[in-house]
Design a protein around this ligand. Structure first.
Ligand SMILES: Nc1nc2c(c(=O)[nH]1)N[C@H]1C(S)=C(S)[C@@H](COP(=O)(O)O)O[C@H]1N2
Ligand SMILES: [Mo]
Length: 226
């Protein structure tokens, strides 16, 4: 087994996790994938069933949250972002060639952004299955981004929109600015901006347990309402 990246430790469970304001936000639609393709594109459009035309990819990868917890060997199944981009987004939406700043939005209002180059990597998936079963609500149903080289916060769940922009003008990170590194590569410990990664380890770690409890309580309450 490969070593964990700098500053990470392995958690015994795979929790529902995120930024506090999203604990009690849930998607409306978990049965069908609907992705709005927008931004600096000639033809904004919606993609859904078309994804099934793409080759299905199985991938085992580790998952690293910026707060320092990790899960190893998660078995994802889905579609490569690169295949989606080349086979569906480019021909249908016709993005401007300079539109290489990508904003990804979730049904719960969550969002993150990455350079297109990072999303075109081999191991970036839109996953709709996890460990042999449909992706559960807590991990991002109906579809989430899986970008294992980037911290969890660049892996939006309940994906609902992909926007290609020429610049960052239309993007406002969901948390504080220092928490949003433009690339957030795990191997380089790019946890945030302006502050060194090793320092953020100590700022984030004390909040892991309370965040897990908060997200679990909200999930239990949501299930009780269904
Ligand atoms: N839609 C959405 N995606 C999200 C989040 C969120 O709150 N909402 N949290 C992010 C963070 S910070 C992490 S660590 C991972 C957690 O994924 P998990 O809940 O499957 O463990 O989701 C990321 N993607
Ligand atoms: Mo995270």
């Amino acid at each position: 087994m490969t070593a964990l990246p700098p500053g990470q430790f392995e958690l015994a469970e795979f929790p529902r996790f995120g930024l506090d304001p999203f604990a009690d936000k849930f998607p409306n639609e978990i049965a069908h994938i609907r992705l709005q393709i927008a931004g600096d594109v000639a033809t904004p459009c919606e993609l859904g069933d078309e994804l099934a035309e793409l080759p299905r990819v199985e991938q085992t990868s580790d998952f690293h949250c910026v707060t320092t917890w990790s899960r190893r060997a998660l078995r994802w199944s889905g579609y490569r972002f690169r295949d989606l981009y080349e086979q569906l987004i480019v021909p249908r939406a016709q993005p401007e060639p300079a539109a290489r700043f990508v904003v990804l939005r979730g049904q719960d209002g969550y969002r993150s952004a990455l350079p297109l180059e990072d999303l075109l990597a081999d191991d970036v998936l839109l996953a709709d299955r996890l460990d042999g079963a449909p992706l559960p609500l807590e991990h991002g149903a109906p579809v989430r981004l899986v970008a294992p080289a980037h911290y969890g916060y660049k892996n939006p769940k309940h994906l609902s929109a992909i926007e290609l922009w020429r610049d960052e003008r239309n993007y406002h990170p969901p948390g504080r600015r220092f928490m949003d590194h433009p690339r957030a590569r795990v191997a380089h410990e790019e946890r945030g901006r302006g502050l060194p990664g090793w320092l953020l380890r100590y700022l984030y770690r004390p909040f892991i347990r309370s965040t897990i409890r908060r997200f679990q309580r909200a999930l239990d309450a949501h299930r009780a309402r269904q």
